[in-house]
Write a protein that binds this ligand. Structure first.
Ligand code: ADP
Ligand code: ASP
Ligand code: MG
Length: 443
């Protein structure tokens, strides 16, 4: 059995859904197909929700565009009139529900996270119905019935145990061809609609593949595979044929949008390979992600970057040699739900520099200032130093390990090009070197 996930661009138009029909027609194994919302619809749903909250009737314009795009697609794609009528009827019912929720937000001028999650779920609810109708013999399996989440540390995380149990209940026996909406889920306790985060359809597919022991997880998208860099930033980027799970995780965590970061772990734990393939170029072999990259892999397999980064420096002479300062820093940040993606500390120990996303910067500074208020008051530590408008870059490759000269080459290249490095970090596993530069020097 295979799990195939099709992203927004792959379900975005009638032509792209015809490509999916073509891809599925070639399959010989049982298949579970996971789909995203039609490309751009999730953003439009969020926009409609915020317009309903903040303005007059403008949200209805976006709603009408969403409605028309789905109905037009059905009319062109589904030629059997009975199927077409039934599907239109079902989609109209779902759209009426969406309009009522948007109207509720508009009327009472309140958009809770709960309402936002409900609104944003409609994209996948509709796309999964359209794709099911377009694939002969397919049955629809509703992810809201088996993907369960829980609230933990201020975040919405997968409730793995409950999800696995429900997937087994819903997929025994495994259908020959099933279609599921990606991204959407429900809270295990309250039954409220939640989701797995932006880009989360990849994760839905990985959870299904791992739980049902698929032979492979195929991620079908709009590029020829995992590339050496974001092709929108670096036009010379080329497809990487093979990556290890570790390399792929490092690249995704550092902004390679092609795979949503939590996707790798469930299939890695079961040693199930991931293939990244292009829906629009079927001859291409794409990228394979598995336990070990192929033997001829290069030292550096790729690089990725994150924009809108802030660096916060916690410093003071009283930190030198004092055990537990880092525990306090990370404890305070974890309690506030702030994730730190880069840490740099020199051996003098008088400062620790942390890389966070700019959107988390204010809250991070606030909690750290509170945590060290006593020390700052008596002058044994300094107020937090903040630098914004930065970008972080990571170069990745498992074969960098034990290979001298890579860091020298990296910093030499940056220096020759007049790029000053604000902070950098390299773990002892040597699979990744990360550094921070001013954002305007990113490209
Ligand atoms: P989908 O809608 O199929 O989920 P996404 O837009 O989420 O597609 O991811 C695919 C996009 O990721 C590509 O179009 C590309 O612009 C971007 N991208 C960023 N970094 C990389 C990379 N290293 N390799 C390939 N694509 C990348
Ligand atoms: N539709 C969701 C998003 O745009 C999930 C996904 O596409 O994976 O983020
Ligand atoms: Mg995606």
């Amino acid at each position: 059995m295979k799990v195939l996930k099709f992203g927004g661009t792959s379900v975005g138009s009638v032509d792209s859904i015809r490509q999916i029909q073509h891809i599925i027609a070639r399959q010989t194994d049982d298949c579970i197909v996971v789909v995203s919302a039609l490309g751009g619809i999730t953003d439009q749903l969020l926009k409609a929700a915020h317009l309903a909250l903040e303005t007059g009737e403008e949200y209805m314009e976006i709603y009408q565009q969403i409605r028309q795009r789905h109905l037009d697609m059905i009319h062109t794609l589904i030629t059997n009139t009975t199927v077409q009528q039934m599907l239109c009827h079902e989609i109209e019912r779902i759209l009426d529900e969406l309009r009522s929720i948007l109207f509720g937000v508009h009327l009472i001028k309140d958009l809770s996270p709960k309402s936002e999650a409900a609104i944003v779920s409609y994209g996948e609810r509709m796309s999964s119905r359209i794709v099911t109708a377009a694939l002969p013999g397919a049955v629809r399996k509703n992810s809201l019935e088996f993907i369960r989440t829980e609230h933990k540390h201020g975040q919405i995380l997968l409730n793995s145990e409950l999800t696995e149990q429900l997937i087994h209940e819903n997929f025994t026996p495994i259908p020959h061809l099933a279609v599921c909406p990606g991204f959407i889920s429900k809270d295990g306790k309250t039954d409220e609609i939640t989701n797995l985060g932006r880009g989360g359809s990849d994760y839905t597919a990985s959870i299904l593949a791992a739980t049902l022991n698929a032979e492979v997880l195929e991620i079908w998208t709009d590029v020829n595979g995992f590339m050496t860099a974001d092709p929108r930033l670096i036009p010379e980027a080329y497809t990487i044929q093979s990556l290890s799970y570790v390399e792929a995780t490092e690249l995704c965590n550092f902004g390679a949008k092609v795979v949503y970061p939590p996707t790798i772990y469930p299939v890695c734990a079961k040693n199930i390979p991931i293939r990244i393939l292009n829906t629009f170029c079927l001859d291409n072999t794409g990228t394979i992600i598995q336990a070990q990259a192929e033997k001829d892999a290069r030292h550096v397999c790729g690089l990725s970057s994150i924009r809108d980064v802030a660096m916060i420096t916690v410093s003071g002479l009283s930190m030198v040699g004092v055990i537990g300062v880092n525990q306090r820093i990370f404890g305070a940040l974890a309690a506030a739900g702030v994730s730190v993606f880069l840490v740099s500390q020199a051996s003098s120990e008088n400062s620790t520099t942390l890389g966070v996303q700019e959107k988390d910067c204010d809250i991070a500074v606030e909690v750290l200032t509170r945590e060290f208020a006593e020390e700052i008051k008596v002058g044994s530590m300094y107020p937090m130093l903040v630098q914004q408008g930065l970008a972080a870059v990571s170069i990745v490759g498992e074969k960098m390990h034990n290979t001298p000269g890579i860091a020298g080459k990296l910093f030499g290249t940056l220096g020759r090009n007049g790029i000053s490095v604000i902070a950098f970090a390299q773990g002892a596993k040597e699979t990744n070197i990360s550094f921070v530069v001013p954002q305007q020097q990113l490209s």
